[in-house]
Design a protein around this ligand. Sequence first.
Ligand code: ZN
Length: 278
Amino acid sequence: MRRREVLNLLGALPVGGLSAAAGEHSVLLGNPADKLKLVVRDSGQPGPLYFVPHDDENIAVRAVERWWQSRPSGVLIELQQTGRRYIYQHLGGRRLWCDPNRMYSEPRVVAAQITALRPKCAVVPPAAASFGPTDLDLAGTHFARIGAQVLATLGEWLGRSYGPLVGLHNNTDGSLNVRSVFKRSEKPAVYRATGADPDDFFLVTEAGDFDALRTLGFNVVLQPARIADDGSLSVWAARNRVRYFNVEAQHRDCLDYDRARGHLDYQTRMLRALESLL
Ligand SMILES: [Zn+2]
């Protein structure tokens, strides 16, 4: 089922659905011709500010849609462009790419993250060698400006008492888990729940939320207080004292509902647990 159909279905729900309140609008970002946008869906009820930065992480979106069938609350903001993980902009006649969860900082930091992208992500097709320092400066500045545009939209909702800020993500089996998200040298506090898939976990920035989620029996990692700025939203949130959760579950790229079902169920449970803390 496509998202539009899901929305229509939700709109038809008689009680507690999104019928009257499900406002949706878009905010264009960066170069208009590149069609990068935020899609904002307001449940009409105050609650969490859900943000999905990666356009290929659809199970996270479905988890909110499903959760809203029983309890609409907060606002869901998705960054959309190609349906892929990274976003692009045409700069100087070329298509340059950036991770949309690595652009919430100053241009220098964002530029460093662009150079760190894996080569297979084709940062600068076709010839990386032709990508000079000036291009990198240009890209760092441009994507940092897009990051600021996203933060301005998120800030609007935070200013209207929506919150906390909740980043929603999906990963692939074994690629990222509650123990690997930070380096051991950064000494994060980690709780590994018995029986839970280590790929399904919360990342939080406040110790009280770490304790509460551990008590509820979820995998959870507390972002270390002293951590290098990598342009990610969790680091931005900690530096700006914005209460932040990352809800991470397996099955990025997976549009096969049956294969993803277990993790969709689990991510929906995670949302329910998160809202029980508010
Ligand atoms: Zn993600």
